[in-house]
Design a protein around this ligand. Sequence first.
Ligand SMILES: C[S@@+](CC[C@H](N)C(=O)[O-])C[C@H]1O[C@@H](n2cnc3c(N)ncnc32)[C@H](O)[C@@H]1O
Length: 233
Amino acid sequence: MSWGDELAAWWLQEIASDPAYGDEVMPLALDILQPESGRRYLDLGCGEGRLMRAIGGAGAAVFGCDISGRLARLASRLGPSVVCRLPDLGWVKAGSFDGAYAVLVLEHIGDAAAFFDGVGSVVRGGGVLALVVNHPAFTAPGSGPVVDSMDGEVTWRWGEYLEHGSTEEPAGKNQVVFYHRPLDWLLNTAADAGWGLNRLVERGIAPERADRDPLLDRQRHVPRLLGVRWIRR
Ligand SMILES: C[S@@+](CC[C@H](N)C(=O)[O-])C[C@H]1O[C@@H](n2cnc3c(N)ncnc32)[C@H](O)[C@@H]1O
């Protein structure tokens, strides 16, 4: 199923109950974006606006857009927000933002090359694109943890990492599609669209979470999230 108001209900429950968002996703997003006071940012796939609150709190102006009307309406309490269907950004004035960010969104967009091109046309030269995605090691079809029955060590099965692919994951009563692209493709495609790599961060499970769960504890070494910051050339 593609995103819309049905999945919005699931996402609102998910984000309220999952400590990973506050412990892992949010700190990484802020670290990668480094929002500056007085700048204008576009939140691509803003959801109900949790990051808009944090970034607006840093003194920046934030505009949201999301495919779900329900989520865009909730986000509009935090800043101007509209319904959009990424990667189409033809409705945004060229070069009108100092930066844009997409957090846990690109893995749901079928045409990632068009996404990098589109964002490139709305961010001014020298502006920023910050991306947080589920790590490609994690999204590869067939990937997952393998527990060694002899000593309990957890290793990682790569699955079809080097291929492009997609998986359908449960989302409440529905399913949501995750697109997988290997890391080299992601970085080369961004470079081809005029984005200069500035910072790349790979993160595993937050220590606070791993400390509470023996199975997660044994997966501390597995990358879960990827954060990338690019500068518009
Ligand atoms: C996992 S949620 C993340 C929400 C938000 N970025 C956050 O970090 O709280 C994914 C979001 O992307 C939105 N989305 C998915 N596909 C989209 C598309 N093609 N265009 C715009 N938004 C989309 C969903 O509606 C949802 O709000």
